[in-house]
Design a protein around this ligand. Structure first.
Ligand code: APR
Length: 251
């Protein structure tokens, strides 16, 4: 079994030599920013019923759903800040090394870290949309008032992220497939890979010949199927170690 230092060096060499590096991220990359993941030990779905994020249930019972949505997605998130892992990816995009981030996360932390090309496969929690007139408000303005937050037209506001039973935003879906087919190295960071159709993106990349590097303290759906290099580490530690290796071996 190669030791961690050798794995970091292997990952560093692949990232450094990549022509089209893409990162595919999940809830695990934001755990070190204080946002709990959905699955695994005390994950959100072990504490809350996912029905509150199911579109038909929400439309029927917004008054019941909104206090739970607030607790799950807004109480922590509005305080959360990007962590070291987000910051490395932002520096790599800035240096022209990282071409895109495809994220399942709705916490906006990649953008706050400075990444410009962020494909939000599940939308974003920062805005709310009226179910009646479809006008869009920023979450901070709307949710600091009544729960459930209402539009000036009286309609209930829904967070602009994808609920269970909703379509993936077409633009994001197409952009994600495009990046997966172009990339020669994909970093798969902090995801169980258990949710369709997001979990097909790394599969497409692998089928297109990309070298798949997974960063996760635990193995998941991808690890023994499409992953070429598994780094059993937390995102912050792995990405900083890879970045340090690349910077020291540069020149
Ligand atoms: N660094 C890296 N990975 C971590 C860390 C960490 N510090 N802490 C936990 N993880 C890993 C866990 O081992 C797990 O594999 O992050 C993963 C989180 O998995 P999930 O909670 O299933 O999150 P994700 O895969 O993003 O879920 C996908 O499910 O509920 C839906 O829409 C929601 O986008 C979400 C989708």
């Amino acid at each position: 079994m190669e030791d961690i230092k050798q794995l970091i060096e292997k990952a560093g060499n692949a990232v450094k030599k990549s022509k089209h590096l893409v990162a595919f991220t999940g809830a695990g990359i934001s755990v070190e920013s204080g946002i709990p993941s959905f699955r695994g030990k005390d994950g959100l779905w072990s504490r809350y019923d996912p029905k509150y994020v199911e579109i038909d249930y929400f439309k029927k019972y917004p008054e019941e759903c909104w206090p739970v949505l607030f607790e799950i997605f807004y109480s922590q998130m509005l305080k959360a800040r990007p962590n070291k892992a987000h910051e490395v990816l932002a520096r790599w995009e800035n240096q022209g090394l990282l071409k895109a981030v495809i994220t399942q996360n709705i916490d906006n932390l990649h953008q706050e870290a400075g990444n410009q090309n962020v494909i939000e496969y599940h939308g974003n929690s920062r805005t709310l949309e009226c179910l009646k007139c479809h006008s869009v408000k920023t979450a901070t303005q709307a949710i600091l008032g009544e729960i459930p937050p209402r539009c000036h037209c009286g309609g209930v506001l829904k967070p602009s992220f994808v609920f269970f039973g909703e379509e993936i935003p077409h633009q994001a879906a197409m952009a994600a497939v495009q990046e997966a087919s172009l990339c020669d190295v994909m970093l798969v960071i902090g995801t169980t890979g258990s949710v369709m159709p997001a979990n097909m993106i790394p599969v497409y990349a692998s089928r297109a010949g990309a070298f798949i590097i997974e960063i996760n303290p635990e193995p998941g759906e991808f690890t023994y199927n499409i992953v070429d290099l598994f780094l059993p580490l937390k995102a912050g530690e792995a990405l900083t170690s890879i970045e340090n290796y690349i910077n020291q071996s540069a020149g």
